[in-house]
Design a protein around this ligand. Structure first.
Ligand SMILES: Nc1ncnc2c1ncn2[C@@H]1O[C@H](COP(=O)(O)OP(=O)(O)O)[C@@H](O)[C@H]1O
Ligand SMILES: O=C(CO)[C@@H](O)[C@H](O)[C@H](O)[C@H](O)COP(=O)(O)O
Length: 459
């Protein structure tokens, strides 16, 4: 009887779980569940946090819906998830397994996500220069810890361990006391040198950073431990890999040739291609560049335009419409609104309305917020607005990584991935218009499938 690899992706909007049949390397079952974990910010510090308990409850529900007979034959477990963010917990704590074959979150902080805006430009410029080619932006784990050190040091005293949400799940599954982290996630926190795979511990220490909170670095694709208890039928003692980054896993799941670029649009958006094997990143950070170089596997790098404004720009429009409609006495569902908006945009093939949907700014241009221009009386229908919004998401990411840059790197086609693309034909049309390259689409639940494929190939 064949065995299965369980791949999980803890995204910003939803959790996805995939069972990959090990022999055929094909997806046998998959599920996706919205986390609905967003915490509304009334702090006035531009915080963006998610409720850890709700995320873990979505992880549990998602896994429990997979076929029970296949879960019993899981031979390894892998996680990917939203990068840059972090939560805190206590060693020998962080969860409760007493309710049966699943754990619930206990005594953890909330997850401070990659969308967090509490670190202003002034605050960031007060931090030391990292010894890394990656600059530090708001929402990066180390910047957030620096913020707590300066503004709420007593908050940090309550915790002994920190990690991304995917690292946390790995730690709880394996009953680890310390957090282990791969270079893919460590790089996303900042103050991490990807050539030596070490934290800038001396720089951090000298600046008063609590280095006790830095996770231990282990190789991407390597093991973290074994499940400490049976989990929704997955046997106790099953190997668990150290968690990976979601964008690296989405690339792994759908890139079939080195000349493929991958465009993933989920809550955020990333357009990425592989750098040659002998590439070494620059010596120092380049904060004004819209392209950064993130570690992939085996000392290789991906060049990526990582946009903070992807599917979330569309989701914000849907939320805004919902609020307006409620005020007008109508209670629409999100799925109904998406369906209608996409259908209106498909009927409106082009629009002269211009939407620049950079609601969160971008890391290389944090103050460049959204704009709507060229408004006339004839381009205000829902079809015009949603078409222009979809086009704006693509115009923004293609300005960060222009088609000529892809072509110069030898890219021949773009593989589209992520559920914002999979579920939105108007957005797919705009991808095809924005890039003069062949565009093909990967499967759904890409990062969850990708992390399972990594384990199948490497663990
Ligand atoms: N019913 C829907 N139809 C089309 N697109 C949707 C729908 N619901 C959500 N989306 C899009 O999908 C995005 C979230 O994608 P998802 O893959 O769940 O994100 P993540 O991987 O970041 O958790 C949203 O930001 C939104 O743009
Ligand atoms: O910002 C980067 C990389 O720098 C993103 O690529 C990275 O994938 C982050 O995890 C995302 O921002 C969150 O992913 P998602 O939930 O939007 O899929």
């Amino acid at each position: 009887m064949s065995s299965f690899i369980l791949g999980l992706d803890v995204g910003t909007t939803s959790v996805k779980a995939v069972l990959l049949e090990a022999d055929s390397r094909s997806v046998a079952a998959s599920r996706s569940i919205p986390t609905a974990a967003e915490i509304s910010d009334d702090s006035g510090i531009q915080a963006k946090e998610q409720d850890t308990g709700r995320i873990i409850s979505a992880v549990n529900r998602c896994v429990s819906q997979l076929p029970a007979d296949q879960l019993q034959r899981v031979s390894s477990v892998g996680l990917s998830g939203q990068m840059h963010g972090l939560l805190f917990w206590k060693e020998k704590g962080g969860c409760d397994w007493s309710n049966g074959d699943f754990f619930t979150a206990e005594d953890t902080s909330q997850l401070i996500t990659w969308q967090d805006g509490r670190c202003s430009c002034d605050f960031l410029s007060s931090l030391p220069e990292p010894r890394s080619h990656l600059s530090v932006a708001t929402g990066f784990g180390c910047a957030t810890i620096f913020w707590y050190t300066k503004h709420r040091p007593e908050f940090l005293e309550a915790f002994t361990v920190a990690g991304t949400i995917q690292d946390y799940v790995v730690s709880m599954l394996c009953g680890l006391e310390a957090c282990v982290m791969t270079p893919q996630n460590a790089a996303s926190w900042g103050f991490f040198n990807t050539e030596t795979n070490q934290w800038n511990e001396d720089i951090l220490k000298a600046a008063g950073f609590p280095v006790r909170l830095l996770p231990r670095c282990v190789p991407s694709g390597g093991p973290a431990g074994r499940t400490c208890s049976a989990w929704h039928g997955v046997p106790a003692g099953t190997p668990v890999a150290a968690a990976l980054g979601d964008f690296q896993c989405s690339v792994y799941s759908c890139r079939s040739a080195p000349t493929d670029a991958v465009l993933n649009i989920s809550t955020s958006a990333q357009l990425t291609f592989s750098m040659p094997a002998d590439f070494t990143p620059p010596d120092s950070p380049q904060p004004e560049s819209s392209i950064s170089y993130f570690p992939y596997f085996d000392s290789s790098y991906l060049a990526v335009a990582a946009s903070l404004n992807g599917g979330n720009a569309l989701a914000t429009f849907v939320e805004t419409l919902t609020t307006w409609m409620r005020e007008l006495g109508v209670e629409p569902t999100d799925s109904c609104l998406y369906e209608k908006l996409i259908s209106c945009a498909l009927k409106q093939e082009t629009s002269d309305l211009r939407v620049s949907p950079t609601l969160l700014g971008e890391r290389h241009a944090p103050l460049c917020l959204g704009q709507v221009t060229n408004i006339s009386a004839s381009n205000l229908s829902l079809g015009h607005v949603f078409r222009a919004l979809c086009r704006g998401v693509l115009a923004n990411i293609s300005s960060m990584m222009p088609a000529e840059r892809l072509q110069r790197a030898g890219v021949r086609r773009i593989v589209g991935s992520g559920s914002a693309l999979a579920r939105n034909e108007a957005l797919r049309q705009e991808v095809e218009k924005a890039f003069p390259l062949q565009v093909v689409y990967g499967q759904d639940a890409d990062s969850a499938a990708g992390v399972a494929m990594v384990l199948c190939d490497r663990l």
